[in-house]
Design a protein. Structure first.
Lengths: 356, 82
C-alpha cells in the first residue's frame, strides 16, 4: 500500500511537468497540418456546441455535432434564444457571432451569455444521472428497511458508509450529521463528473475552473456559516501568541481562511485538466511524428494514463470531500475536544445518542 | 442511513483508510503552501501594477507574508491533535 501510494504520488506530480512540452510542441509543429496545442485546448475548454467526432477531413468530412441552445441577453436588443448551429463556421446571427468560443456582438455592445454550453449540458446530464441513481438507492432503503441492500443500492452503500465513517465522523466529530448531505453531494458530483469527463466525447466539467470555484465557494460559505466563537478567537486572538505579534498573525490567519478553499479549487481543476492534457498529448504524438509506428507506444501510455485517471477521479473526489470535512471540522470544533480527530469511534458514540 | 454501527471491530489505527486519509491530508498541505504563496505573489503583482511602483515592494512584502503564512499553517496542522 505504501509503495503504491508513493508510486501514485510520483505519477500524480508528473502531469504538472508534462504540461509544458505540450504547448511548446504546439508552436514547433507546422500550423497548417496539425496543431496539438489547439486540438488539446479545444478538447479541454467549453464550447457552444457539443462536438463528438469528425469523420473524414476537416473541410469535407462529416461533423458529428450536437447543437446546443444559445441564450444571449443584450441590454439594447433584449433576450435572444437560438440554436448554436446558426453560429457554426463563423456565421453571425441576430448581430451575434462567436470569436474564439466567446459570444460577441458585431456592434461591439455588451453581451450576457447564458447559453447552455457543452459544460452546462454535461452538468445538467450529470445532475439527472445523479438524481436517477440516488433516488433508486433511496427507494431501495424505503422498500426493504432492514434487509440487505439490493442491486445498485449495494454498490453505493459501502461508499456512502465510507464517506460517513472515514470522512465525516473522523473530521467533523459529533456534529457530523448536518454536513452529510453536502459531503455526499460533492463527493458523488465530483466523482461522477470526473468519470463522465473521461468518456469519449465527454465534457471536461470538473476541469473547468468556474465549476471548481463554485464548489470551493460553497465550502467556504458552509465553513464560515457553521463556525463557532473558538474558530474566530483562534483567528483574531490566537492563544499563546503575544499581543505584539497579532498584527502579523491576524493577516496570516485570514490568508489561511481564503487559501484553503482556493487550494481546493486549483487542485481539482489542475488534476483533471492535466490528466486530459497528458492523454491527448500522447495521442497527438502519432500525428506529430506522422507515423503509425509511434502508435503502439503512444496508445499504451495513453491507455495507462487513462486507467490511472479512473483512480484519480475517485481520489480527487475523496480529497475534496475530506478536506472540506476537515475545514468544517476546524470551524465547529469545541474548545477542549481536540481528540475528535483521532478516534473515529469515540466521535461516533455521542452522535448516536441524538441520532435516534 | 439508520441501520449502522453494530459490527465494527476495533481496527488498528494504521488501517488502509487511515493511510489514505493521511496521504490526502499531507499532500493537500503541500498544495496549500503552493496556493498560499502563489495567491500572495499574484496579489502583490496586481497591487504593484495598480500603483505603478518602481520597486515591487508589494510583491516582495506579500510573498514574505505568504511564506510566513504557509509555514505557519503547516506547523499548526502538524502539531495539532497529534
Amino acid at each position: 500500500m505504501k509503495r503504491l501510494l508513493i508510486a501514485l504520488f510520483c505519477i500524480l506530480s508528473l502531469p504538472v511537468f508534462a504540461n509544458e512540452p505540450a504547448s511548446t510542441q504546439a508552436e514547433a509543429t507546422d500550423k497548417e497540418a496539425f496543431s496539438p496545442g489547439e486540438m488539446i485546448l479545444h478538447h479541454i475548454s467549453d464550447s457552444h456546441e457539443w462536438h463528438f467526432a469528425t469523420l473524414g477531413d476537416e473541410e469535407h468530412g462529416t461533423h458529428l455535432t450536437l447543437p446546443l441552445p444559445v441564450i444571449a441577453y443584450q441590454p439594447t436588443k433584449g433576450l435572444s434564444v437560438f440554436s448554436s448551429s446558426r453560429l457554426a463556421h463563423g456565421q453571425s446571427y441576430n448581430g451575434l457571432k462567436l470569436e474564439h468560443e466567446h459570444l460577441v456582438a458585431e456592434d461591439g455592445g455588451h453581451v450576457y451569455d447564458f447559453s447552455i454550453t457543452k459544460n452546462v449540458a454535461s452538468l445538467l446530464l450529470s445532475a439527472l444521472l445523479l438524481l436517477l441513481v440516488f433516488t433508486a438507492v433511496a427507494r431501495g432503503y424505503g422498500k426493504n428497511r432492514n434487509g440487505a441492500p439490493r442491486g445498485i443500492q449495494s454498490f453505493f452503500e459501502p461508499i456512502i458508509v465510507f464517506v460517513r465513517d472515514e470522512v465525516a465522523k473522523k473530521s467533523i466529530g459529533p456534529k457530523y450529521e448536518r454536513y452529510m448531505p453536502y459531503l455526499l453531494t460533492i463527493f458523488f458530483f465530483i466523482w461522477f463528473n470526473n468519470l463522465l469527463g473521461l468518456m469519449p466525447g465527454g465534457a471536461n466539467l470538473t476541469g473547468n475552473i468556474a465549476v471548481t470555484l463554485t464548489l470551493a465557494v460553497l465550502t467556504l460559505i458552509i465553513t464560515l456559516a457553521s463556525s463557532n466563537k473558538y474558530y474566530w478567537s483562534h483567528i483574531f486572538a490566537t492563544p499563546g501568541v503575544p499581543k505584539a505579534l497579532l498584527p502579523i498573525m491576524i493577516p496570516v490567519e485570514l490568508i489561511g481562511v481564503v487559501v484553503k478553499p482556493f487550494s481546493l479549487m486549483v487542485r481539482l481543476f489542475a488534476n483533471i485538466t492535466a490528466g486530459h492534457i497528458v492523454i491527448l498529448s500522447f495521442i497527438s504524438l502519432i500525428f506529430i511524428f506522422r507515423s503509425a509506428a509511434v502508435s503502439p507506444v503512444s496508445i499504451a501510455f495513453g491507455l495507462f494514463i487513462n486507467v490511472l485517471e479512473l483512480l484519480v477521479a475517485i481520489l480527487q473526489a475523496y480529497i475534496f470531500t475530506l478536506l472540506t470535512a476537515m475545514y468544517i471540522g476546524g470551524a465547529v470544533e469545541e474548545h477542549h475536544d481536540a481528540d475528535h480527530q483521532i478516534g473515529g469511534d469515540n466521535a461516533a458514540a455521542p452522535a448516536h445518542g441524538h441520532a435516534h | 442511513m439508520p441501520t449502522d454501527a453494530a459490527p465494527r471491530p476495533d481496527k488498528p489505527t494504521d488501517s488502509g483508510a487511515d493511510r489514505l486519509r493521511n496521504f490526502a491530508k499531507y499532500s493537500g498541505l503541500g498544495f496549500q503552501m503552493l496556493a498560499t504563496i502563489g495567491l500572495c505573489a499574484w496579489g502583490g503583482l496586481k497591487l504593484d501594477a495598480h500603483f505603478q511602483n518602481k520597486n515591487p515592494w508589494y510583491t516582495i512584502g506579500l510573498m514574505v507574508l505568504g511564506l510566513v503564512a504557509a509555514t505557519y499553517q503547516v506547523i499548526r496542522t502538524l502539531t495539532r491533535n497529534e
